[in-house]
Design a protein around this ligand. Structure first.
Ligand SMILES: Cc1cc2nc3c(=O)[nH]c(=O)nc-3n(C[C@H](O)[C@H](O)[C@H](O)COP(=O)(O)OP(=O)(O)OC[C@H]3O[C@@H](n4cnc5c(N)ncnc54)[C@H](O)[C@@H]3O)c2cc1C
Length: 412
């Protein structure tokens, strides 16, 4: 559970820490990192720009990457209670016809669980007990110095200046910390040209079934979580201005097969935030004493459903390396973190990008050919890169014991 407290209270609580850590962004990655550091006896300052209870609500599918992190946080019972097991995946083609139903158990079971959870429930679970967060607070400016980062924090318009030994930008896809520390040439993006709307419908009698319709110029996803069903309807962004009702009408016209589940999902789509399907990749994850984490480092398209899983895995690796790191060891910890995670995360991001090229298509002939091709592809083949990453998961490293004491001298 998150405990909202003032910035000054967090700064006071941190006074006894040898290494002062600031985490910017109380999302999936920031909360995981802060909770793990607290469990190790540190008092990271965690700030969140948004207001409490106003986090965007959508559904997340979590792959077995998160299982060891959940266990380390000691929240496995709460996680299992507030999520649902995902055992099947149904793919429908351009006209709504069932193409193939895959069992998720065979390929994934050796690695752990695949579960669906609402983002707000996940944040509540991983925050463990009373994780302090200052809401309405962000970084206005920062300056790197030899032995720390001088940070100007803005809490509801009031400015505070503090020095931290480590600053972690866990502030999501549109990271402001990334903008402050990286040159524009260090950031690349993929814009699929598509986007869509999230909605919630009631729970149904298939709470273990993920379902997607890969249409001709549209996409429908049905993703159960505890007690309700997440719905995603998307299409080319050029049509977004027409609004969700027009998109749903297009989908209805295109679908020759429409069962009750799909109909309920489409009926649930109302006005709401339109998500653009863009991603972002940072060529560097660390600059001096500032590190990027989660979507701020490599922000995902929602296609492979792996961004949150990788954000939690990376947060756990960084937490391991920062735990007990002295102020002088922070930069070496960052170097080890980027070395361990950037390649893995970029591989997962490549999978998301490949899937986007397959999913977000328009054109009758092309989508009919895709229907035929996807029927023939096994889950193991389609999901191969993610399965390989699961097989090669980082061991809890305790790599901090190998950290050199001297800081790197290449601060940018
Ligand atoms: C619709 C949708 C569906 C998705 N489905 C899946 C899925 O099924 N499975 C999956 O693994 N991933 C999925 N993802 C991706 C996943 O949500 C992200 O990869 C994951 O949340 C990344 O975690 P994060 O902590 O880096 O970012 P976030 O969880 O986005 O958290 C960033 C936090 O930083 C805060 N913040 C932003 N700017 C500032 C600032 N300047 N100062 C302070 N705080 C700031 C934000 O308010 C937010 O709380 C989906 C994404 C979307 C949009």
């Amino acid at each position: 559970m998150i405990s909202a407290i003032s910035l000054s209270d967090q700064l006071v609580a941190q006074q006894g820490d040898r290494t002062r850590v600031l985490v910017v962004g109380a999302g999936v990655a920031g909360i995981t990192l802060a909770a793990l550091l607290r469990a190790a006896g540190q008092h990271p300052v965690l700030v969140e720009r948004g207001r409490q209870g106003q986090a965007p609500g959508y559904m997340l599918g979590l792959l077995p990457f998160v299982d060891p992190v959940i266990r380390r946080l000691g929240v496995e019972p709460a996680y299992l209670e507030r999520s649902v097991g995902m055992h099947r995946y149904l793919l429908r083609g351009a006209t709504g016809r069932r193409l193939r139903e895959y069992s998720l158990d065979g390929a994934l079971a050796p690695f752990g669980r695949y579960r669906g959870i609402a983002r707000e429930d996940l944040l509540d679970v991983i925050a463990t007990e009373n994780l302090p967060v200052t809401f309405g607070c962000t970084v206005a400016d920062l300056a790197q110095e030899d032995d720390g980062v001088r940070v100007v924090l803005d809490e509801e318009g009031a400015r505070h200046e503090s020095v931290f030994h480590a600053v972690i930008g866990a502030d999501g896809l549109h990271s402001g910390i990334r903008d402050l520390v990286l040159a524009p040439g260090d950031v690349s993006r993929v814009d699929t040209g598509w986007g869509g709307w999230v909605a919630w419908s009631d729970a149904d009698d298939s709470p273990d079934l993920y379902e997607e319709t890969w249409g001709d110029g549209f996409f429908v996803g049905i993703y159960p979580v505890l007690g309700r069903t997440g719905v995603f309807v998307g299409g080319p962004r050029s049509l977004a201005a027409e609004g969700p009702a027009a998109m749903v009408a297009r989908v209805r016209r295109a679908l020759r097969t429409r069962d009750a589940r799909t109909e309920r999902a489409l009926a649930a789509v109302g006005d709401g935030y339109h998500w653009a399907f863009n991603d972002v990749r940072s060529a560097r994850w660390t600059v001096g004493r500032v590190a990027l984490l989660g979507d701020a480092a490599a922000g995902f398209l929602p296609t492979a459903g792996v961004g949150a899983s990788m954000a939690m895995e990376s947060a756990a690796v960084l937490a391991d390396l920062l735990t007990d790191a002295s102020p002088e060891q922070v930069i070496a910890a960052y170097t080890a973190y980027e070395g361990a995670q950037r390649g893995r995360v970029e591989q997962a991001q490549d999978s998301s990008r490949q899937l986007a090229r397959l999913m977000f298509r328009s054109g009758r002939l092309l989508t009919r050919v895709r229907d035929v091709a996807t029927r023939a592809i096994s889950f193991e083949r389609a999901f191969g890169p993610i399965l390989r990453l699961l097989a090669d998961r980082p061991e809890p490293p305790a790599a901090r014991h190998r950290l050199p004491a001297q800081p790197r001298k290449d601060l940018a």
